[in-house]
Design a protein around this ligand. Structure first.
Ligand SMILES: [Zn+2]
Length: 320
């Protein structure tokens, strides 16, 4: 049995109503007036001035239409997925995120592998050598940090760039090479955000308090952005030796985001989808892979292997 967190209470600075919260929570939203305070270190209580909301505006029918459309596009999805996928009623929730608006400047250096042909006639051989490479790049981010702990939600990592956004389930078919998976470009949670208004939240959706404060969120964002920049730099060079990222934070905002978790059944298996209740966009989705797609991939692999074998046999028999 997990130990239940201690229940605590303080009075709202906006309307005086009691705000009940659990020990460990760091951002508290008053259920009456929507005023939000932050519990910082040493028991200090700070008002959260930059508190925004993406007001829920996509209804169930709108989301369902979006999902059916998503099921019908892209490679590696079964052709009958839009008709045969059986949706279950969704679960809606309004979750707090810290959005860290910042600029990241990265300097990197490393080496690229090159080959050249040396010698002449019968003594021709291929030589490998390395050339130094370096560069810089700058990214503007509205990096989101989930403000809760101990309660994970499917797909929220795909709000930031670099995470898997479309996950193809090959069902144990090992020759998949990660085909059909798509990487997220990130979602800007400040776009379209309005001042937090408790009345704009659809009835039945609960508002969650956050457990991490602004300072912790900025620190976490710095770490994640540094790792993302390193992965980006790694893609630019064969061997990365140095990578340094300087981050300057322009502002940090608390944004409550309406999210809908959907699931659907296809044949005997269940798949999940996470939707943004403001834009209707699919943040992350899982999907099965069509039988024919597996067959095609298998044929391509066999042809390639067959081709390589033929080349080797040809080279061996025609030597000298
Ligand atoms: Zn209040």
């Amino acid at each position: 049995m997990p130990v239940e967190a201690e229940r605590k209470s303080l009075n709202c600075k906006g309307c005086g109503a009691p705000i009940d919260y659990l020990a460990g929570e760091a951002t508290l939203t008053c259920g009456y007036c929507g005023n939000t305070t932050m519990l910082a270190t040493m028991g200090t209580i700070l008002p959260v001035e930059k508190h925004f909301l993406l007001a829920p505006r996509i209804d169930r029918n709108g989301m369902e239409a979006g999902i059916r459309k998503w099921m019908g596009v892209g490679f590696f999805k079964p052709k009958d997925l839009p008709e045969k996928g059986v949706l279950s009623p969704p679960q809606g929730i309004v979750l707090p995120f810290w959005v860290v608006a910042c600029r990241a400047y990265t300097q990197w250096s490393g080496q690229n592998r090159r080959t050249r042909t040396v010698g002449s006639g019968k003594h021709t051989r291929t030589e490998t050598y390395y050339v130094p490479a370096s560069g810089t790049f700058e990214d503007n981010h509205n990096w989101s940090i989930y403000a809760r702990r101990g309660e994970e939600w499917f797909g929220i990592e795909a709000l930031n760039p670099g995470a898997v956004k479309t996950a193809a389930d090959w069902g144990g078919f090992f020759l998949n090479f990660g085909l059909g998976n798509e990487t997220s470009q990130g979602m800007n949670l400040l776009q379209g955000a309005t001042a937090f208004d408790i009345k704009a939240i659809t009835e039945g959706m609960s508002i969650k308090n956050g457990q991490i404060n602004q300072e912790q969120a900025e620190q976490e964002a710095r770490g994640q952005i540094t790792r993302f920049a390193r992965a980006t730099a790694d893609g630019k060079v064969d061997t990365l030796s140095d990578c340094d990222t300087q981050i300057s934070v322009d502002g940090t905002y608390l944004v409550h985001v309406p999210l809908w978790l959907w699931s659907y059944q296809y044949e005997t298996k269940s798949f999940r989808l996470l939707l943004n209740g403001f834009t209707g966009q699919i943040i992350k989705g899982e999907h099965p892979v069509g039988k024919y797609d597996k067959l095609i991939v298998l044929l391509v692999v066999l042809l390639l292997v067959g081709g390589i074998v033929a080349v080797i046999v040809f080279a061996m028999t025609h030597r000298g």
